[in-house]
Design a protein around this ligand. Structure first.
Ligand SMILES: *Cc1c(COP(=O)(O)O)cnc(C)c1O
Ligand code: SF4
Length: 335
């Protein structure tokens, strides 16, 4: 098996060694037959680490992990209602890199880079180069937070905040821990799923020593994304005292059945992670083929409530511009 060799490499090697060639990916998965359905995007190109590919089923064109990353010709269709910046984020940055929409917490983008390119990503058209904190922006960020005493939590986001080196990440942690009003630092990251080796001892040691509560919200959409090695890495983070949560996106043909959602919740729980949010898709251009009617989400949700214990049911939410929280989907609608 290739899996063993791949996952032994250090995470930075794995990050730079990600697959960016459609033909290489299809050849590894023995799926050259679907080549005509694939297109080669000019930007937001194919990107997928080999450790994630190793969790795909060879020869299965409908593999739920593959469908999240393989550029499909349907992305090129223009669909009314699907736009480049569905959340209006481009206009909500008080200072470069900072996004303040919710009262007590701010999003801080420390990198635009992701280890993987998810085809449904709502930030796929976001201009990171214009929104990255520069060296002198650090002072502005600290000033903004201290001028807003209701902020007690900073969410490192991106891009993926764990795609930067420990040295750079720890420098940000030092800065944030120095701001007395902050009680919590949160990381929104898909790295532990796509390159589990990212949860190395240096990182976990540093996080467990923080004076702030550390919350890690991973992003995992399907139980197959958590193999034994991934589960072990997540469990180590949990054992290090980190609160581990998951957010998923409801994706047509990928995780839209009761069985897949139940399997996801149970696999997460087994790895020390609780389900947090299940997002209905943000209507970003190029992703309409992943979207479902809200009614489908509501029906699915009723069955999850029936089957799962309450603590394994994620909150079903939709993000709306100009709302100061993620809005619960009204599950009594149409009932
Ligand atoms: C999602 C999000 C948060 C975090 O919201 P929680 O409900 O606390 O998880 C904060 N700020 C912005 C801009 C967000 O999009
Ligand atoms: S990891 Fe998150 S931010 Fe990065 S491409 Fe995927 S959905 Fe988008």
């Amino acid at each position: 098996m290739i899996n063993h060799l791949i996952t032994q490499k250090n995470w930075q090697t794995q990050l730079s060694d990600a697959i960016t060639s459609v033909d290489e990916l299809l050849s590894i998965l023995q799926l050259q037959s679907v080549r005509s359905q694939v297109y080669i995007p000019k930007y937001f190109e194919l990107r997928v680490p080999r450790a994630f590919v190793a969790k795909m089923v060879v020869g299965d064109a409908n593999d739920p992990l593959l469908k999240q990353v393989l550029p499909d010709k349907q992305e090129q269709e223009v669909v009314i209602g699907y736009v480049a910046d569905p959340l209006g984020e481009n206009s909500q940055n008080p200072t470069k890199g900072l996004l303040h929409k919710y009262q007590s917490r701010v999003l801080l983008t420390i990198t635009g880079a992701c280890a993987i390119h998810c085809r449904y990503c709502f930030r796929q058209h976001f201009d990171y180069s214009a929104n990255m904190p520069t060296a002198d922006a650090q002072a502005d960020i600290i000033a903004y937070i201290t001028a807003n005493p209701q902020i007690n939590e900073v969410i490192l986001s991106g891009g993926d905040p764990l795609s930067v080196s420990n040295r750079r990440l720890f420098a940000w942690l030092d800065i944030l821990e120095g701001i007395a009003q902050l009680t919590t630092i949160r990381l929104h990251t898909r790295l532990p799923i796509v390159i589990p080796a990212r949860l190395d001892n240096d990182l976990l040691d540093r996080l467990s020593q923080s004076r702030c509560a550390i919350v890690m919200v991973i992003h995992c959409n399907h139980a197959n994304e958590i193999d034994t090695l991934t589960a072990e890495a997540l469990q180590r983070a949990w054992s290090a005292g980190i609160t581990m949560l998951n957010q998923a996106v409801l994706l047509k043909g990928i995780n839209d059945s009761t069985a897949t959602q139940v399997a996801l919740s149970e696999r997460l729980f087994g790895a020390g992670v609780l389900p947090y949010y299940l997002h209905v898709l943000d209507k970003v251009s190029g992703a309409a083929h992943f979207d479902h009617d809200e009614q489908v989400a509501i029906e699915l949700y009723w069955s999850l409530l029936t089957v799962l214990p309450g603590y394994l049911v994620p909150k079903l939410v939709r993000e709306l511009t100009n709302r100061p929280f993620k809005v619960p989907v009204d599950i009594y609608k149409h009932r």
